[in-house]
Design a protein around this ligand. Structure first.
Ligand SMILES: Nc1ncnc2c1ncn2[C@@H]1O[C@H](COP(=O)(O)OP(=O)(O)OP(=O)(O)O)[C@@H](O)[C@H]1O
Ligand SMILES: O=c1ccn([C@@H]2O[C@H](COP(=O)(O)O)[C@@H](O)[C@H]2O)c(=O)[nH]1
Length: 240
C-alpha cells in the first residue's frame, strides 16, 4: 500500500517564543524545545522543506519595554535580539536531533549568524536544511507574525503554520473569554474585521494579498504539526 504523502512541499512554520518557556516563568525550557524539535524533525524527515520564524515573547517584547517608558524602537531592537537567542537555541537543538539547521538574521550580527539572503535561503531549503529566520523583519514596530508572512511569501511557502499556545482561532481570546468558540476556518477579511488578536492585522493583510493561507494550531498537541502537513483536520484555517 502507498504511504500517504504530505499535502505541502514547502512550509513556513511560525513557532511561538512564549511556548518555549514551557512551565517556566521565563526563557527556554530544555525539555520543551527538544519536544518541539522532535515534531519538526518528523515532517522534515517526510521530505517537507521547512523554514522557521521564531518569536521572542519568552524573553522580551518591545511593547513591554515601551509601556515602562523605554524608547519603543530601542525596545523593539531588544525584542529582535531575543528572537536571535531563540533561533540559536532552536538550531542547536535541531542539529543535536540530526537535522541540519541554518540561522539567517534580518539584522547584521555576522560573528553570530549569517545574514538573510533570499537566494541562499532558497538553496538551503532545496538541500533539505531547515532555515531559521531570526530578528523578525529587521524593523521595529513589527512582529514575528508579520515576519512569518513576509518570509513565507518570499520563499514561496504554500502555507504559514502558526504553532502557538492555543489550538486555533477563537471568536475571542480563549484565555480571557471562556465562552469563546473555535473557528474551523475563516477568511482574512473576517479575521481583520473582528480584530482577532491571535495575529496582528499586518500579518493577516500580507497573507491575504499574497493568497498565502495560514493554519493556527497548538504546539503543545502531540502530532498536530504532522497532521497539518498531511492536510488533515487540525486547528483553524485562515484563507483568502
Ligand atoms: N481570537 C483569538 N483566538 C485565539 N487566540 C487568541 C485570540 N485573541 C488573542 N489570542 C491569544 O493570542 C495568543 C497567541 O498569540 P501571541 O502572538 O501572543 O503568541 P505567540 O505568537 O504564540 O508568541 P510569541 O510572540 O512569543 O511568538 C494566544 O495564546 C491567545 O491567548
Ligand atoms: O519584525 C519584527 C519582529 C519582532 N520585533 C520585536 O521583537 C519582539 C518579539 O517578537 P514577537 O513577535 O512579539 O514574539 C516584538 O515584541 C518586537 O518588540 C520587531 O520589532 N520587529
Amino acid at each position: 500500500m502507498l504511504e500517504p504523502r504530505p499535502a505541502h512541499k514547502r512550509i513556513l512554520l511560525k513557532l511561538s517564543g512564549e511556548a518555549l518557556m514551557g512551565d517556566d516563568a521565563f526563557g527556554i525550557n530544555r525539555a520543551t524545545i527538544v519536544r518541539m524539535v522532535e515534531e519538526v524533525a518528523e515532517v522534515v524527515n517526510m521530505g517537507v522543506e521547512v523554514a522557521v520564524v521564531i518569536g521572542g515573547g519568552n524573553i522580551f517584547r518591545g511593547v513591554a519595554g515601551g509601556s515602562v517608558g523605554m524608547d519603543r524602537a530601542t525596545a523593539d531592537y531588544m525584542g529582535m535580539l531575543a528572537t536571535v537567542m531563540n533561533a540559536l537555541a532552536l538550531a542547536d537543538a535541531m542539529n543535536k536531533q540530526g537535522l541540519t539547521a541554518r540561522v539567517m538574521s534580518a539584522i547584521a550580527i555576522e560573528q553570530v549568524v549569517e545574514p538573510y539572503v533570499r537566494p541562499k535561503a532558497l538553496q538551503y531549503l532545496e538541500e533539505g536544511k531547515v532555515v531559521i529566520f531570526a530578528a523578525g523583519t529587521g524593523n521595529p514596530f513589527f512582529t514575528t507574525d508579520t515576519a512569518a508572512a513576509l518570509r513565507g511569501a518570499e520563499i514561496g511557502a504554500e502555507l504559514v503554520l502558526k504553532a502557538t499556545k492555543v489550538d486555533g482561532v477563537y471568536t475571542a481570546d480563549p484565555k480571557k473569554d471562556l465562552a469563546a468558540t473555535r473557528y474551523a476556518r475563516l477568511s482574512f477579511d473576517e479575521a481583520i474585521a473582528h480584530n482577532l488578536g491571535i495575529m496582528d492585522a499586518t500579518a493577516f493583510a500580507l497573507c491575504r494579498d499574497q493568497k498565502l493561507p495560514i493554519k493556527v494550531f497548538s504546539i503543545f498537541k502531540h502530532g498536530a504539526l504532522k497532521r497539518v502537513v498531511m492536510g488533515e483536520d487540525e486547528g483553524t484555517l485562515v484563507h483568502a
